[in-house]
Write a protein that binds this ligand. Sequence first.
Ligand SMILES: Nc1nc2c(ncn2[C@@H]2O[C@H](COP(=O)(O)OP(=O)(O)O)[C@@H](O)[C@H]2O)c(=O)[nH]1
Ligand SMILES: [Mg+2]
Length: 237
Amino acid sequence: MNRVPLEKKVLSENDRIAGELREKFSAYNILCLNFISSPGAGKTALLERTLEPWHRHTRVATLTGDIQTDNDARRLARFGFPVRQISSGGACHLDARMVKRALGDWNLEEIDLLLIENVGNLVCPTSYDLGEAAKIVVLSVTEGDDKPLKYPATFFKASLLILNKIDLLPYVPFDLGKARENALRVHPGLEILEVSCTTGEGLGTWRDWLARNLTETLHSAESHDPHVICEKFCGHS
Ligand SMILES: Nc1nc2c(ncn2[C@@H]2O[C@H](COP(=O)(O)OP(=O)(O)O)[C@@H](O)[C@H]2O)c(=O)[nH]1
Ligand SMILES: [Mg+2]
């Protein structure tokens, strides 16, 4: 009997739902970003710093995944934007079905930017498409500059690498040049930003990346103007 391995079936069902989500995001002109990192690299901190300066009318929503607790959703809810915690129930990654369920009754017409914080793990989330436009991998300088070589699939599939916690560089043996070189070895041309979510250093380059990608996604007449996008999402025009 020709049996399709279970893992393959699960992944192809996931791809089907992710495809539906991607079509929906495209129909509503939503930029969806999937943030992946090991636990503690600073995904929630990056989202906090991203949401912090925005006005209440900024059309952003956040989903945050964890195996247990709604701590991250509570951290992000302080900024007043729609946020939902996804409890993965023991799974080491989010899947498309979880995202579809979590979107629930949200009116997608009211969202321009959907930020999804995945479960902390540098392996499993990479295999599960969530319908996102881009995967963003966050690597903190406390994790070692060899990680792109150890987890190549994640760095290969990412559209952007954010090196976080650069304020700690004086205290840890992390070679920024080596990290860049390793990342580019597994993914030539990968965009790389260096930031500190604690001091705010480098976050301007992250906001510029976001504004650039939002400009490409949003098509309405009002939003088409890069200055309008930047006023809304970067805090400057
Ligand atoms: N020194 C320093 N600590 C950071 C930075 N970003 C995050 N942290 C800290 O790292 C820890 C884990 O951050 P968190 O955002 O919860 O990571 P997550 O598990 O990837 O969501 C927290 O104690 C943060 O305050 C940074 O740029 N510099
Ligand atoms: Mg978190």
